[in-house]
Structures are given as structure tokens and as C-alpha cells.
Design a protein. Structure first.
Lengths: 251, 637, 258
């Protein structure tokens, strides 16, 4: 087979895969798992907030470390953005198909076993998307955060969460994240066909743990801030520069 | 009418091979020029349509259900026989042949039965290759169970859903051919008449059950695989839609009807619970592998089953038929149950029931083993009766299950109308006066996969078939008759529903032409059925129109035919002055109440020929020769 | 007992439908749900009205022809039970029962409670079989099949094609139906040669028929009268994924001179 034919065949293979309902679900599962990996890493970083004295420095060093990786941070950002884009696109397209699959609804319909989490995947997903946008504007760009200082996440969080509505929004979003993972983490492995048959396939352990840990782990920071737990006032220092000089730098 | 059975010459074991060689063939390139119409999509119809399409014929297939997968073959539970002798227990083609002829009370055609036994082994192979998930042993090889009327273990099964799995195999083969374009499928389409041109079957008239449109389909041969007519009794184990219309219309167009009175009453069904009952549910015969049938010894004993001590129970099958015991053939087990109930020892509401008890089997094998073997059947029983058969013995009672009679066919499965072939339960051929358990699936698939694909070629290659146009006067005439009949049914606008007529007919049939028959009763039925038919055509109420999905109209057409068939069944039962298999005439029994055959006068197939509206049908006889099995009194003692 | 029925009535495929209330009086608890409908229909017929059209055939839970949405639950409140095997003892006197047809764009309503499920047949046509012609089979015992595999195949093959999975799925997906057939054949050695091609084709057909996608709600499994597990869907996805990557394209040189 000539090479061009081979390439064409591969393209049509990818197209067929993407166009199929199973293919899109596989894409959602893979991008979802990427998301889970990110979320866990992010959460581990966040929890340094609770170090007590030295927490501000730790958070700073962590932020700087991420920027010292050269292109890796941008690669990760790229992968994450791509994953989100694919996840959201597939979700929107599948939702449209699913809605079209039942143009006339039931006069009465009772759900038997589906979980609240599974039924709120779409709404929860929208909440999460809105949250991501807000969160980046809020904690990366510092829009609206009083006294925002670049690369001083500890104090930025402390300041940011002085606004009560941000705390509420973050906590709600993290609850949605928990629900989203409660279904998504469990479903993604089945979508990928990576689970062995089980007598009770609806039963889940890992997903429950994951959902609870991430929701609590993330919500701990805004709640902790609201409760005034972050009291480390030690100024943050860098090897050669002080933070204040850094703020003038390129973001 | 001349009945030419066309049985090939030579020793019985060589007849089929010899015949296969002698039959004419159709050149592969010519096969697609032939159009074969297959009516019915059960085991026989689906397997026939698929196989003929594989060979290259242009096939159309029709079923009244919404999908070919729903045909009533799907409800068969227990299994399918095959002379594989995998169990090394002495089975052979000869033994399966012998058991089937004997089981049929020596009223089947030897050559057909022998062929069936020969083909049985190929069926299992074919089904395994299709992916039918038969039960397996831990070593990975096929498992077997025992069935009534045999002393070897030759029944292959897929849990309690053997019919379903075999049908899905045939259905998948059919869908494969539909996808390839070899078969055109017409679901929700009911055949309402047969078109015979120049003495040959050339087409059918159908009604599209969704739009109501009456349509004509023409071809070179017609294959009917439309199942049995047990629903003439209203209450039977048949699906609600099972009907006689296709074969009855063919009968009225000149196909002889063989042995219409041979009806199988299955001994293990769930008893009726009330007048509203719409159908009866079978509990697989396989249950009698481990269940013991009994009634109290004392008439009128109303104690709960567990309160009746062992010494006061009558395990009547084990007592009367010690060598076959609970696995006695169906006709014998049914009659024994009726006898027990008639003597006032029946259990449950109305005393119409006997116990099928698993207590001993559960004690011996453990509940798990029983659950593994019969779990789904026990579940079904509990669902219907609200009783737990692991704790309380099942109550069972005989019910109409299968009709051995059907359109008369020759060795090639062709009826007395050239070109009209009849397969499976719709024909009369292989089971004589009583069918053994697990043989219906075998026959349906044998006919469809392995017989008709050969014999249809022989027919087509031997004919010069002129094309028939839809404007042919004969075609138009049949079409008009069908339309007229539909209009008539809709136009009566009387007071009674179809269902009420059907129920009444069923009661008459069960009363007088059921498990035990006698001349007086049959004559009574022969007086009552025409009267009921007359009322039907005057007082029927079918709402709605013909140009829409109208289930009352569908039912009305079917019941109209049952009202005619019922009369023929009684007539046949009256003329057969002997007892054989499922046909038990109380006048003809031995001192201990067993069936008494009259081989001297009745060793023949009664093939009834339609003589015209209002005329007595003509009886033709195909005498049965027994060269390989000696006519003997059938004993399971 | 007496119950009130709210039944979907629709005179034809393109006609508008609506709920109509009927009283079912003097119903015995031993009646099946369909026998109760028979009683209502007899009354309607006597009044000269059109009886309620509903599909049914074997009435013993195996043909898959019956299927009603009963008060919001496919096949009614009893687990692992088809509509025909549901008995009135599952209801109490005075209940109001809503009866609707299966709802999916791939299951257009034909009349009242009857729907057209031929889309399921077309999914099977796409590849739900083993391509073996009659007469080609080796001995049934030539290939031993481990009992657990035979049993797993049988579990999946128990599907009766009723469409309850589609009806119950909030997405109107036929994944459980399709996956059951893919699993049935995929567990058996006879199904291996076409295993991945089968998954690719059947899934493609499922999409073409405008069924929704699977989001693993689990409702299908709960509605299935034969209790087919959603694990079959995981299997279907795996076969689809594998086939998407590794399945060879059909050879162009097939046939050739000969």
C-alpha cells in the first residue's frame, strides 16, 4: 500500500473514531483522566498552605519551581487546555446527540439506579468550566484580588478569600468537582474497557475516595482562609530578588 | 387426490444420501433468478431463508411480529436432541430414530424420521459454529441432559432458553443474509392467502399490519414455516399471535391437511388461575429430570403438601411406569395427571393440579445445584404464582402445547400443491401422534438448514415456470377475496368481541377434543362449532378500519380460521377410532387405561382435502409402512 | 382491586397523541399486567371504542415483543421482569398507573403503545453474527470452550431485544443491546475472527440509527428484564477501541483471479 494511502487510511480511522459515540466517550475518558492527574497534583501543591510557618515561602518556591521547568509548564498548560477543549467539545456534541435521541419525553419517568452525580455531569461540567475561567482570572491574573502580588500565592489566596462570595463559589465548585469525579473517575475506566467484569458493576470504591479527597482537599483552602487559619506573615524571599521586584517582571 | 410420498428406494440408512445425489440441481448462476417466499421466521423459516439465500436464491421472508427474532420458537426451554452419543451411553442415529417412531406411537413416516435423526448431528455442529452458547462441562465440551421418552442423555441445551438461543442463531444468520441483500424481510406482515396459478404455488397475499395495505408477492415457490395451531384451544402455551391462517388458507387452496387431531398436551404447565387467563405457561420438561410428580393418595386431601407424610403420597408416574418414571413421554404423563385429578386427588384451586416436587433433589444435590439447573424456571414460576418452588412443590397441570398435525408433505417437504413447501410444526411429518421432548427444535432446524435447501432446488430445476404478472386473473381474484373478507369482518358491527368467540371455541375444543375424546363429545362439538361460527359472522364486533394498525382485525381473521379448523380437528378425531399418542379416545383403552391402537385399520396418515364451502372434506389416506421398526404396543413400563 | 390508568393514545405514526384516563375495575391481583389491559380493551370494544394497541406475543417473558413504560419505569416496578410477567399484585387498590410507549427517536410510535424497533435489527445486520454458512461447521466438540466463557457468553446472549435499555436510558442509548451481542459473540472462539470488525460496524450502525451515547447511568442494567450487566458495555468499548487502532482495512485484492 503506498504511503499516501496509508496516511489517508489513518486520517479516516481517526475521523471514524472521533465521529462515533464510543470514540468521543473514549476521548472524554482519556482527557478526564488527564484532568484527574492535574487535579491531584494541584491539590498536593495547595495543601502546602497548611504548613504553618514557612507556608508562604513554600508556596512561593513551588510557584517558582513550576516556572523554572522551561517549556514544560507551557507543555503542561497546552496539554491541559487541549484536554479541556476536547473534553468540552465531545461533551457538547454528545449531549446534543443524546437530547436528539429522545425528542418526545416521558409523562412520567423514575430513575432507578443512576446517581445524582451521573445526572449532573452536564450542569456540573458547566459549573466547573465557569470556575476554571474565574479561577485563572482570579488567582493567575489576579483580577479583582486585593493586593495581588505575582508569585506570592500564599498571600494572594489569603487576600482573595477575604471576599466571602469567592469562598462560597470555590466551595460550590469543589463540591461539583467531587460529584463530577465520583461519576467520571468510575465511568472513565469502564468507557476505556479497562475494568474486569464484576458482580456489582455499579459499585465503586476508588471513585468515592477520589471524589471525597479532592473535594475536601481543595475546599480546605478557601474554608481555611475564611476561618483565618493562614497566619504566616514571614516575608517571602527569593534567591537573588525580592518579591516586590519580581512583580514588575513579565507575567 | 393422490398422495405421493416420494420416499426414495433403498435401505433406510441410505435413502437421504441417495436422494441428495439423485435430486436435480440449480446452477449457481441461475439460483438468483429464482424468487422463494418464506412465510414465518422461526427456527424453520429463518434457517430456511438464510440457507437458501446463502446458496444464492432470491428470498423474501415474512413475519407478523415486529422482528424475526420474536417467533415463538424462542419460547422453547428444554433442549434439542441429537444423536451425538457424546455421553457414550449407547445413543445412535438408529436409537434416536427408534425412540422418535415409538414416541410417535407408530404414526410417523419412517423415512422422514430416519433422515431427521441423521441430520440431528449436523444441527448441533452448525449451531455451535454460529455461536449458540450451549451448556458446557468444565472440560469445555458440550453438556447433555435427559428428556422424556428416551433412556439416553442426548439433549443439548442452553440453560432454560434453548429455543431462544437456537432462534437467535438462525435470526443472526438471517440478518447476515438480509445485510448482504439475499433476503428481503417483511416484518409486521401477515400472510392472508396463497396464490395458486396453473396448479402451482406462485405467491401470497399479505396485509401490512401497520398500514393495513393488502399486498401481493409473487415468486417461484412458497415455503410455509408458520408453526402450529394450538391456539385453536384459546388457552395454550403458544404465543398469543400463533395462528393457523397461513396453513389454513393453503388448505383451502388445495393442500391436504394431515392428522389435524394430533395435539400434544404438555404435562408440566402452570395451572390456570382465573377466567381472565390469556395464556398458559409451560414449565420445561427438563424439570422432570429432578422433580417428582405426586398427588395425595386420599381424594379430597386438603392438607398443605409438607403436611402430607411420605406414605400418603402417590408418586403415580414412578408407580405406573417404573422404568421411565417421571420421564415418561408427554402424552402419558398428561393423561396420568388428568386421571389423578379426575379421581378427586388433584391439588390447588379447583383440584386441577398435581405436585412437581424438588424436595428430594434439593436434599440430594443441594439448592445451589438445582438453582444452577433450573434457576430461571423457578424464578418464572415464582413470578407467576407468587410461590417459592424451593420451599413449596410446584403445582402443574397439562396444557395444549404442540400440534403434530399440519399440512401434509411428501419426503421433499412439499405439500399437495406443487411449489408449496411446509416446514417445522406447520407440517405433519415427523412426530406421528406424539412428539418427544426436545424434538421440535430438531425438526424445525433440520427442515430449514438441511432439507429444504436441497429439495427446493429439485423442485425448481424440474419446472418450467412462466412469469406471473400481478394482473393475472388468478392473482387479482385472490387479492379481491382477501379484501372482501377484511371488509366483511369489519362490516358485521355486532355485539361480541373476537376474544369472546375465541374463548368459547377454546372451551369447546378443550372439553371435547382435548386430553380425552369420545364419539359423543366430538359429535357435540361438531354441532356447536358451526353454530358458533355462524354467530361469529353475524355478531362480531371489530372496531376501527382496515387501513391502520388494528389488532382486533388481525385477531378476527385468525379466529375466523380457527373456527373452521376446529371443526376439521373434531372430524378427524371422530374418524380415528383408536387411541394413539396425543389422541386418546376413551372408547379405545386397555383395562389399565392405556391407549389402545388399532394398527389394522388406522396405520395411515389422514390427509383431509378441502371440498368447498359447506361441503364435507374428503379423507385421503397415506398408509404407513414400518419396515425398520416393528409395530408394537408402546410401553414405558 | 380498581386502578386508574393514564394511557398514551396515538392513532397513527404521524398523528398527535395524548394521555387518556381509563378505570380498570374488579381486577384480580393474580392477573398479569397485560391481562388487565385485555380487560380494559374488552370494555372499550364493547363501547365501540378502539382498544389500546400494545405489542405482545409469547406472554412468558422471552420473545421481547412487549414493553411498556409503567409509571416511569421500563417494564414496571418488578425487577428482572418483562411487562407480560408483571402481575397486578405489584400494585395496590386505587393506584394511578401511567402507561407509555418506549420513547426514542430510533423507536417511532406506530400506534398507542406500539413502537417500531427495527433499528435494533439493523444493528444486528451490521455485524451481530458469525459469518458461517450452513454446512461449513466442524464437529460441535472440535473446539472446547471453557465453561466460564460459555457461561459469560450465555449471560450476554440472554438479551431478548425488547428495547427496555433504550427506553430507560436518559440518553436513549442502545449501548446495552449492542454490547450484549458483541459480548455474546466476543466470548466465544467462533466469534473471534470478526470480533473487532463487528464492534466497529455495530457501533457505527447504532450511531446511524440516532441512538444516544452511553454515559453509564446504569439505568439500562436496572431495566433489563434479563439483568444484562453494563460490564458488556465496557467490553464493547474495549473491542471498539482495539479495533479502531489495530483492525486491518478490508483488503482491496480480495477475490482476485481464480
Amino acid at each position: 500500500m503506498p504511503a499516501t494511502d496509508g496516511a489517508r487510511a489513518s486520517v479516516s480511522r481517526v475521523r471514524r473514531f472521533w465521529n462515533s459515540s464510543v470514540g468521543k466517550k473514549v476521548v472524554m475518558a482519556v482527557t478526564g483522566i488527564i484532568g484527574i492527574g492535574f487535579v491531584l497534583g494541584h491539590m498536593a501543591g495547595n495543601l502546602q498552605m497548611f504548613k504553618g510557618t514557612g507556608a508562604a515561602q513554600a508556596m512561593h518556591d513551588y510557584a517558582v519551581l513550576l516556572r523554572k521547568t522551561g517549556g514544560l509548564l507551557w507543555l503542561i498548560r497546552g496539554v491541559l487546555l487541549g484536554a479541556i477543549a476536547l473534553h468540552v467539545t465531545a461533551a457538547l456534541q454528545l449531549s446534543a446527540r443524546n437530547r436528539a435521541a429522545r425528542p418526545v419525553g416521558y409523562g412520567a419517568k423514575k430513575d432507578q439506579v443512576s446517581t445524582l452525580a451521573s445526572r449532573t455531569m452536564r450542569v456540573g461540567g458547566i459549573v466547573l468550566l465557569a470556575f476554571i475561567v474565574f479561577h485563572i482570572a482570579d488567582m493567575t491574573f489576579g483580577i479583582g484580588v486585593p493586593g495581588f502580588v505575582h508569585l506570592d500565592p500564599y498571600n494572594n489566596l489569603r487576600n482573595g478569600f477575604t471576599r466571602w462570595w469567592t469562598v462560597v463559589f470555590y466551595v460550590v465548585a469543589m463540591a461539583s468537582l467531587g460529584l463530577h469525579l465520583f461519576h467520571g473517575a468510575w465511568a472513565s475506566l469502564r468507557t476505556l474497557g479497562a475494568r474486569r467484569p464484576s458482580a456489582a458493576p455499579l459499585h465503586r470504591n476508588i471513585a468515592v475516595a477520589l471524589a471525597i479527597i479532592t473535594a475536601l482537599g481543595f475546599a480546605a483552602v478557601p474554608i481555611g482562609a475564611a476561618m483565618g487559619l493562614f497566619t504566616d506573615d514571614t516575608p517571602v524571599t527569593d534567591e537573588s530578588q525580592t518579591v516586590s521586584t519580581l512583580t514588575g517582571g513579565v507575567r | 387426490m393422490e398422495l405421493k410420498s416420494n420416499i426414495p428406494g433403498g435401505p433406510i440408512a441410505e435413502k437421504w444420501d441417495k436422494h441428495k445425489f439423485e435430486m436435480k440441481l440449480v446452477n449457481p448462476a441461475n439460483k438468483r433468478k429464482y424468487h422463494v417466499l418464506v412465510v414465518g421466521s422461526g427456527l424453520a423459516g429463518a434457517s430456511a431463508a438464510a440457507t437458501m439465500s446463502e446458496l444464492g436464491y432470491n428470498v423474501s421472508c415474512y413475519c407478523f411480529q415486529d422482528s424475526p427474532r420474536r417467533a415463538h420458537s424462542i419460547a422453547a426451554q428444554g433442549g434439542i436432541n441429537a444423536a451425538k452419543n457424546y455421553q457414550n451411553d449407547g445413543d445412535s442415529i438408529q436409537r434416536l430414530f427408534y425412540d422418535t417412531v415409538k414416541g410417535g406411537d407408530f404414526r410417523a413416516r419412517e423415512a422422514n424420521v430416519y433422515r431427521l435423526a441423521q441430520i440431528s448431528v449436523n444441527i448441533i455442529d452448525q449451531c455451535v459454529a454460529q455461536g449458540v452458547p450451549f451448556a458446557r462441562e468444565y472440560g469445555g465440551l458440550l453438556a447433555n441432559r435427559s428428556f422424556g421418552g428416551a433412556q439416553v442423555s442426548r439433549t443439548f441445551y442452553a440453560r432454560g432458553q434453548t429455543g431462544q438461543q437456537l432462534l437467535l442463531g438462525a435470526y443472526q444468520a438471517l440478518e447476515k443474509e438480509i445485510a448482504k441483500g439475499g433476503v428481503t424481510m417483511y416484518p409486521r406482515t401477515e400472510m392472508l392467502d396463497l396464490i395458486v396459478v396453473d396448479g402451482r404455488a406462485r405467491g401470497i397475499v399479505t396485509r401490512n399490519l401497520v398500514t393495513g395495505k393488502i399486498e401481493t408477492h409473487l415468486g417461484d415457490a412458497v415455503v410455509l414455516a408458520t408453526g402450529g395451531y394450538g391456539n385453536v384451544f384459546y388457552l395454550s402455551t403458544n404465543a398469543k399471535g400463533s395462528n393457523t391462517t397461513a396453513i389454513w388458507r393453503a388448505y383451502k387452496r388445495g393442500a391436504a391437511f394431515g392428522n389435524p387431531c394430533y395435539t400434544q398436551i404438555h404435562p408440566t404447565c402452570i395451572p390456570q388461575s382465573g377466567d381472565y387467563q390469556s395464556k398458559l405457561t409451560l414449565m420445561s420438561e427438563s424439570l422432570r429430570n429432578d422433580g417428582r410428580v405426586w398427588v395425595p393418595k386420599q381424594a379430597g386431601d386438603t392438607r398443605a403438601p409438607h403436611e402430607i407424610p411420605e406414605a400418603e403420597r402417590d408418586y403415580y408416574l414412578e408407580r405406573k411406569y417404573p422404568s421411565y418414571g417421571n420421564l415418561s413421554p408427554r402424552d402419558i404423563a398428561s393423561r396420568a395427571a388428568k386421571e389423578a385429578c379426575d379421581s378427586g386427588r388433584g391439588v390447588g384451586p379447583g383440584g386441577l393440579g398435581v405436585y412437581l416436587d424438588f424436595r428430594d433433589a434439593i436434599n440430594r444435590l443441594g439448592r445451589d445445584k438445582i438453582e444452577e439447573r433450573y434457576g430461571n424456571l423457578f424464578q418464572m414460576y415464582e413470578r407467576i404464582t407468587d410461590e417459592d418452588p424451593y420451599k413449596v412443590p410446584m403445582r402443574i397441570y397439562p396444557a395444549v402445547h404442540y400440534t403434530m398435525g399440519g399440512l401434509w408433505v411428501d419426503y421433499n417437504l412439499m405439500s399437495t400443491i406443487p411449489g408449496l413447501h411446509v416446514l417445522g410444526e406447520a407440517n405433519f411429518s415427523d412426530h406421528g401422534a406424539n412428539r418427544l421432548g426436545a424434538s421440535a427444535l430438531m425438526q424445525g432446524l433440520a427442515d430449514g438448514y438441511f432439507v429444504i435447501p436441497y429439495t427446493i432446488g429439485n423442485y425448481l430445476a424440474g419446472q418450467k415456470l412462466e412469469p406471473v404478472s400481478k394482473d393475472h386473473p388468478e392473482v387479482r381474484a385472490v387479492e379481491r377475496e382477501v379484501e372482501e373478507r377484511t371488509r366483511r369482518l369489519l362490516g358485521i358491527k355486532g355485539k361480541r368481541s373476537v376474544q369472546s368467540f375465541h374463548r368459547e371455541l377454546g372451551k369447546v375444543m378443550w372439553e371435547y377434543c382435548g386430553m380425552a375424546r369420545n364419539a359423543q363429545g366430538l359429535q357435540e362439538a361438531l354441532a356447536r362449532i358451526p353454530a358458533l361460527r355462524e354467530e361469529f359472522w353475524e355478531n362480531l364486533n371489530v372496531p376501527g378500519s382496515g387501513e391502520e394498525l388494528n389488532q382486533s382485525l388481525e385477531q378476527a381473521g385468525r379466529v375466523a380460521d380457527f373456527l373452521e379448523l376446529g371443526e376439521l380437528m373434531c372430524r378427524d378425531a371422530l374418524h380415528r377410532e383408536e387411541s394413539c399418542g396425543g389422541h386418546f379416545r376413551t372408547e379405545h383403552q386397555t383395562e389399565d387405561g392405556e391407549a389402545k391402537r388399532d394398527d389394522e385399520h388406522f396405520t395411515y396418515v389422514a390427509a383431509w382435502e378441502y371440498a368447498g364451502e359447506g361441503k364435507t372434506p374428503i379423507l385421503n389416506k397415506e398408509s404407513l409402512e414400518f419396515e425398520n421398526v416393528h409395530l408394537a404396543t408402546r410401553s414405558y413400563k | 382491586m380498581n386502578v386508574t390508568l393514564r394511557v398514551w393514545r396515538q392513532p397513527g405514526p404521524s398523528a398527535a397523541g395524548k394521555f387518556v384516563e381509563y378505570q380498570a375495575r374488579d381486577i384480580s391481583a393474580e392477573m398479569s399486567f397485560l391481562e388487565m389491559l385485555d380487560v380494559v380493551n374488552e370494555e372499550l370494544t364493547a363501547k365501540g371504542e378502539q382498544p389500546i394497541a400494545f405489542d405482545h406475543d409469547c406472554r412468558e417473558g422471552i420473545c421481547g415483543m412487549c414493553g411498556l413504560m409503567i409509571s416511569g419505569v421500563a417494564h414496571g416496578p418488578m425487577k428482572a421482569t418483562t411487562t407480560c410477567q408483571l402481575h397486578m399484585r405489584s400494585f395496590t387498590d386505587g393506584d394511578t398507573i401511567t402507561v407509555e410507549p418506549w420513547r426514542a427517536s430510533a423507536f417511532p410510535v406506530l400506534r398507542d403503545l406500539c413502537v417500531d424497533r427495527s433499528s435494533l435489527d439493523r444493528i444486528v445486520q451490521a455485524g451481530g453474527y458469525v459469518s458461517v454458512s450452513t454446512g461449513n461447521a466442524p464437529d460441535g466438540n472440535a473446539i472446547p470452550i471453557a465453561k466460564p466463557d460459555a457461561d459469560a457468553a450465555m449471560d450476554a446472549a440472554a438479551c431478548i431485544g425488547c428495547g427496555a435499555c433504550v427506553a430507560a436510558c436518559p440518553n436513549g442509548s442502545a449501548s446495552l443491546f449492542t454490547a450484549a451481542k458483541i459480548s455474546h459473540l466476543g466470548y466465544l472462539p467462533q466469534g473471534q475472527p470478526e470480533r473487532y470488525r463487528r464492534a466497529l460496524k455495530m457501533v457505527a450502525q447504532m450511531d446511524l440509527e440516532h441512538f444516544g451515547g452511553c454515559t453509564l447511568f446504569g439505568e439500562c442494567q436496572a431495566a433489563c428484564p434479563k439483568e444484562i450487566s453494563i460490564d458488556t458495555i465496557a467490553r464493547m468499548n474495549r473491542d471498539y477501541l482495539y479495533g479502531s487502532v489495530f483492525e486491518r482495512e478490508e483488503s482491496r485484492s480480495a477475490g482476485g483471479a481464480g
